[in-house]
Design a protein around this ligand. Structure first.
Ligand code: ZN
Ligand code: ZN
Length: 382
């Protein structure tokens, strides 16, 4: 919500929006437009509430960037981080056409109608199409190739925000024995975890996945009324958002009220080795798909390859899932500052599953792991 905005955000500087402008000019894109969401927050510091009224940051490839905002929000925006950056505000009244206002100002700065207009990937269709209608003859495309290049590489300050988020979610996992017990339902456990996510240093809960027994074989299973049985494996994948907007995301697998049998212990050991191999492979120049393969090869070679049914990871920052994606086919070389999850899993349909997930950061000479809570299959008394 906009009300959460500090008056200035030390994480956001004008360098970001000017870097985006320079990249647009290099790529031959005439105009970048960002509506409420993480791109807007990243570039301007403005954590805007998404709604039908148009709020947009416009970055023409020449001239000053500007913000189009509803008149009723202009004082608030001016008093917030975007105002502190000195971005020009163009306020529109309830009966004005905000798309025409944006189009006119951008055309004025460019001296001509923009031909290539790039919008953030999560722009609402009604806004994207409104922009295009106001700029006849323009072609819309995604701004991701530009803004992702900036957002993928975290500054030292951003890495510290992700580290704080990682420490916060580690504290929640460390308390799991308080809630995860035989006879309780996944929904009951999930409600307790959600409260703890807030208690331990987040301002919002992003997701609580508690996959017990056969539900653990469905990677994005959330919560159900299934009661946890003695000896169940339980996949717990949880994350939240901190006050500065940075996210946590960490998975551990538990065995409740029993211990793992030999077969589970064997393939969990394979999973653990795969997660370690991928983490240890992280360094500048290695490609995203090589990290995926480092995990996948261990699982495949041990004979469990068909049970690892998703990519190895995703970037994380102001969004839980963002570039770079750690997946076969992504030949992007890693560079220092890239932050992403390493989260292989093994899923046995109808029976159970396990996943181990850490957030890691590529450093100048290797890797920094932001989650430190034990990666063993943790046995809880139940
Ligand atoms: Zn996760
Ligand atoms: Zn994840």
């Amino acid at each position: 919500m906009a009300g959460n905005n500090p008056p200035t955000d030390p994480l956001v500087t004008t360098e970001r929006v000017y870097a985006a402008r320079e990249m647009a000019a290099e790529d031959g894109v005439d105009l970048l437009v960002f509506t409420p969401g993480s791109d807007l927050r990243y570039l301007s510091g403005y954590n805007a509430h998404a709604m039908e009224r148009l709020t947009a940051l416009a970055v023409p490839r020449q001239g000053e960037p500007f913000l189009v905002v509803p008149r009723l929000e202009a004082p608030m925006v001016d008093a917030g981080p975007a105002g502190a950056l000195g971005l020009e505000l163009l306020a529109w009244d309830e009966t004005d056409d905000p798309f025409a206002l944006l189009a006119g100002a951008a055309t004025g700065r460019l001296g001509t109608t923009p031909a290539r207009v790039a919008v953030g990937g999560r722009t609402w269709a009604e806004h994207a199409l409104g922009i295009q209608r106001a700029l006849p003859g323009s072609a819309l495309e995604l701004a991701n190739p530009i803004v992702d290049r900036l957002r993928m590489v975290k500054s030292a300050a951003e890495v510290e925000e992700l580290a704080a988020a990682g420490a916060a979610i580690d504290r929640v996992h460390a308390r799991m024995a308080e809630w995860l017990r035989v006879g309780r339902t996944e929904a009951e456990v999930g409600a307790d975890i959600a409260a703890a996510i807030l208690e331990e240093g987040h301002v919002g809960v992003d997701f609580t996945i508690v996959g017990s027994g056969p539900n653990g074989a469905s990677p994005h299973h959330e919560l159900s009324d299934r009661a946890i049985g003695a000896g169940d494996l339980v996949v717990v994948d949880i994350g939240g958002v901190t006050a500065t907007g940075y996210r946590s995301d960490c998975t551990r697998t538990y065995v409740v009220g029993g211990s793992a049998d030999d077969e589970v212990a064997e393939w969990y050991g394979v999973l653990h080795a795969a997660q370690r191999a991928a983490t240890e492979a992280v360094r500048p120049g290695v490609t995203a798909e090589q990290i995926d393969e480092a995990a996948r090869a261990v699982i495949r070679d041990a004979g469990w390859g068909e049970h690892f049914i998703h990519r190895t990871g995703h970037g994380i920052g102001l969004d839980t899932h963002e570039a770079p994606y750690i997946v076969e086919g992504n030949a992007l070389p890693l560079s220092p500052g890239m932050a992403f999850s390493v989260e292989p899993g093994i899923y046995l349909a109808g029976r159970c599953g396990a996943r181990i997930e850490d957030i890691v950061v590529c450093t100048e000479d290797g890797v920094r792991v932001l989650n430190e809570v034990s990666r063993e299959l943790v046995e809880l008394a139940g």
